[in-house]
Write a protein that binds this ligand. Structure first.
Ligand SMILES: [Zn+2]
Length: 118
């Protein structure tokens, strides 16, 4: 493994740790609304439910991101990191810098809407 791959590995590990720290700190926000005794009235209950739904949605995104980053770690270990999963061509450096979990080169991503986010 060369220095560049080591650098990526470190950044991916740090990104996962950061996401997990945020996930831990936001778990309180995802607690059942019924347990929240500080809120009273219909409006604040609706606010609480809405906040809970938003917390769950962002938690889902966070878990998907953590999973994608863990898969990127696996690709580093297999020496496949930085190569497009579909065509095998190197993924552009700027594209990798923007998203370490990216799996497709810009050309393949353009033809695959479902993977465009990654
Ligand atoms: Zn490709």
């Amino acid at each position: 493994m060369d220095d560049k791959q080591n650098g990526f590995r470190l950044r991916i590990v740090q990104a996962i740790e950061q996401l997990q720290a945020v996930a831990d700190s936001s778990q309180a926000a995802a607690q059942p609304v019924e347990l929240d005794q500080t809120r009273v009235g219909r409006l604040s209950r609706m606010d609480a439910l809405q906040g809970q739904a938003m917390a769950k949605a962002s938690e889902g995104r966070r878990q998907a991101q953590i999973k994608a980053l863990q898969q990127a770690l696996g690709r580093i270990d297999q020496g496949e990191f930085g190569s497009c999963l579909r065509c095998g061509e190197p993924i552009g450096h700027a594209r990798l810098e923007a998203n370490l979990a990216v799996t497709l080169c810009i050309d393949c991503a353009a033809t695959d809407e479902s993977n465009a986010a990654f």
